[in-house]
Write a protein that binds this ligand. Structure first.
Ligand SMILES: [Zn+2]
Length: 248
């Protein structure tokens, strides 16, 4: 389907709905709670009515407060909904069309975002989300038409090596699956390598900040998935241009 304001708008609405579901996933899965059942206000425990669950709009209408107790609703909810919608339409904008490939790639980015949020909030990379990420990322790699298996092999192998050498101290095994998914999402090994490089630079800068500011405590694990996510999105958007500049 060619891009039009209408088709992109529809896809954006689909992304908002996914984002709304995503906020349920990130708030419940790390606590091993079921994702079924209606959401409740975290303050007054009142069940939230369907009319108050419209992505972004409900937040604006309610001015960011619970309808019952008027306590603040976290800004994270509309932000997650908007960023999910942005990620769903990103591949379509980059490629200039909407098809199963761009939609599956956007869905993989959305699942990646959920893992980044869960890793940063609870240092957990639940299989129940990372496995669908692998499946959707493989589907996107297959639908892309030109499969380079070297990319997921390199992405996964890179983290497998670190995991094996450090005996799981530096990275968790979940990062290996993320590496495989990155390779599938990005398609070629040079761009995957670029994404990992960006993640390390951003991650190291933040780690230096923690060390310099004295906020680092011994044994503290810095969640790495958010940096891998940022590296992947930057490499997806700018990767080919950067490699051209470097003439790789
Ligand atoms: Zn409330």
């Amino acid at each position: 389907m060619p891009l039009s304001v209408f088709s992109l708008g529809l896809l954006f609405l689909f992304g908002l709905a996914l984002g709304s579901f995503g906020s349920v996933v990130v708030s419940r899965v790390p606590k091993n709670k079921s994702i079924g059942g209606r959401s409740q206000c975290p303050h007054c425990k009142q069940t939230i009515a369907a009319r108050d669950l419209i992505p972004v709009l409900s937040f604006l209408i309610l001015e960011g407060r619970c309808r019952h107790c008027r306590k603040n609703i976290s800004l994270c909810y509309p932000l997650l909904e908007l960023s999910s919608a942005g990620l769903i339409i990103l591949p379509a904008i980059l490629e200039g069309y909407i098809d199963p490939f761009t939609v599956s790639l956007g869905t993989a980015l959305w699942l990646f975002l959920l893992l980044a949020v869960m890793d940063s909030e609870s240092q957990r990379i639940p299989d129940v989300v990372s496995m669908p990420l692998i499946v959707v990322a493989f589907l996107a790699a297959y639908l892309r038409g030109e499969i380079s298996w070297l990319a997921p092999l390199m992405g996964g192998g890179f983290f497998l090596l670190q995991w094996a050498v450090s005996r799981g101290r530096i990275l968790g095994s979940g990062d290996i699956f993320i590496g495989i998914a990155m390779g599938c999402i990005l398609g070629t090994w040079p761009i995957t390598l670029l994404a990992v490089g960006i993640a390390y630079v951003v991650g190291a800068s933040i780690a230096c900040y923690f060390l310099a500011s004295g906020k680092y405590t011994r044994g503290m694990r810095i969640a790495f998935v958010p940096y891998l996510f940022v590296g992947t999105v930057i490499a997806l958007v700018f990767g080919e241009r950067v490699l051209k500049l470097l003439s790789i």
